[in-house]
Write a protein that binds this ligand. Sequence first.
Ligand code: URP
Ligand code: ZN
Ligand code: ZN
Length: 486
Amino acid sequence: MTAFDLLIRGGSVFTDGESRDCDIGIAGGRITSLGIGLSGANTVDARGKLVLPGGIDSHCHVEQLSSMGIMCADDFYSASVAAAFGGTTTIIPFCAQHRGDSLAAVLADYHEKARAKAVVDYGFHLIIANPDGPTLDADLPAAIASGVRSFKIFMTYDRMRLHDEQILDVMAAARRDGALVMVHAENHGMISWLAGRMLEQGNALPRYHAICHTRGSEAEAIQRVVALAELMDCPILIVHVSTAEGIEAIRRARARGLRVLGETCPQYLFLTAKDIDRGLEGAMFCCSPPPRDEAAQAACWEGLKDGALHVYSSDHAPYRYDATGKLPKGAQTTFKEMANGVPGLELRLPLLFSEGYRKGRLTLREFVDLGSTRHAQTYGIYPQKGAIEIGSDADLAIWDPDKRVRVSASMLHDNTGYTPYAGRELTGWPVTVLSRGEIIVHEGKLDAARGRGRYLARAPSDALRPAGRQVPEMAQLAEWNTPLKL
Ligand code: URP
Ligand code: ZN
Ligand code: ZN
C-alpha cells in the first residue's frame, strides 16, 4: 500500500527559497514528503518542468458591483477557473460595501456567492465606503474575527472615497482589531477638476482618462496617506502603484521605518498610456491609476527588485467592451462613465514568468515571492499557502518553462471577452495545476467541481504589526495606550 495519494515525480521543485530536483508526496491534500525516489501508484511526471507554489492573487474583483452600479463580468466560477488556468490557486477578492450598505450583509452575500462557485480556495478583503459607527464598532471587528483581516479604502471615486478624518477612523479600527489597511491612493480633487475641464472642452475619449489621472495625483495621495498612517502608527499597503514618484514616496517612508508596503500589477509593467490612445477602443485599457510610460514601467520593475513593491497582483476588474461594462452609453460613453479596470487573473503569472523570470529581470525566487509567497505571508495564510513545505496544502503549479504561447482572448477563461495583452508571445506556461492535491488543470483541461474551493479564514500576520513609532502627541490619547489585539 502506498503512503501517498499522488506523487509529483522528477520536477525541479521550488522549496525553501531555491529549486532542487526531487519528488513531492501528497496525502490528504497536503505535502507529506519531499525526497528523491519516492514511490506511489498515482504519479504526475514533472521531468523538465518547474514545480512552484500555486500563485496567490490578493487583488481581484469578482462578482462585484462597481461604485457606478456596473456588475463585473466574472462570477466566482469563471474568475476562479481563469485563475486556475493561469497557475493561481488562491484568490483574495473584495467584498464591496457601498454607502448605506451594512458591512455584515455584504460579507454574508459574498460568502454565499463564492461558496457555490469557486474552484480554488479564497479569502476575502472588505472595501469600506461607509465607515459609520455600526461598521467600525460592530461589523468590522466581527469580520476581522471571522478571518477577513484586510480592507481597502479609496481616496478617489465620487461614491467610494473617504476624507482624511474617515481614513483616520478606519486606521484606528484596523490597529485596534488587527487588520491591514489597503489604500487606493489618488488625489480626487486633481482628477475630478481636470476631468471636468476636459469634458467641458469636448474631450471625452478614453485617452483623457490617462491624462486626468496625473502622476502627481498618485504621489500626493501616497504621501498624504503615509502621513496619516504615521500619525496612527498603522501599517498600510498601497495597492496598484503605477509611478516612479509613488514608488519613491513608499521608499522614503520605509527608509524612515514606517510600515508601508506597495503592490503593482501587470498593467503597469506591460501597458502604457499609448495603449489607451486608440479612440473608443482605448476603454479596454482604462483602469485607475492608468498605465503610464516606459520610464514608469522601468520604475515598477526596479520597485519589484528592491522591495519597495512587495507584491504583484492582477487587480482583475473585468468589464466587457459593451453596454454591460465599458460602454454604458455606447459610442457616446465619456471616459468618466465607463467602468474602470482591466482583466488579468489568468495572465498575471504567465506575463511575469515570461517577461520577468525568462528575460532575466527577476530570479525564480523573486517570481515566486512576488506572485505567491509574500501574498500568503502578508495576508495571514502562510505556510498553508504560498510554500512547498511539509504540511503545506498541495497547491502547485507545474510550469513548462519553454512552452511558447501566443496570447489571444479566445484561449482565456474569464468572461471579459478581450485581453489587453492579445498578440503577445510568452515563454513558459503552467501546464498542470493542483489545488489541495487535486489536479484541477492539466494540459488545457479543467477537472474541478463548482464550489470545491474553500474559504480561508486568515490569521494575523507580521504585516499588521505597527512599527511602534509613536507620534508623541498621540500619547495624550488614553485609548492609544491600550494593548493591541495581535
Ligand atoms: O481601475 C481599477 N483599478 N478598477 C478596479 C477597482 C480598483 O480601484 O481597484
Ligand atoms: Zn483601486
Ligand atoms: Zn482593484
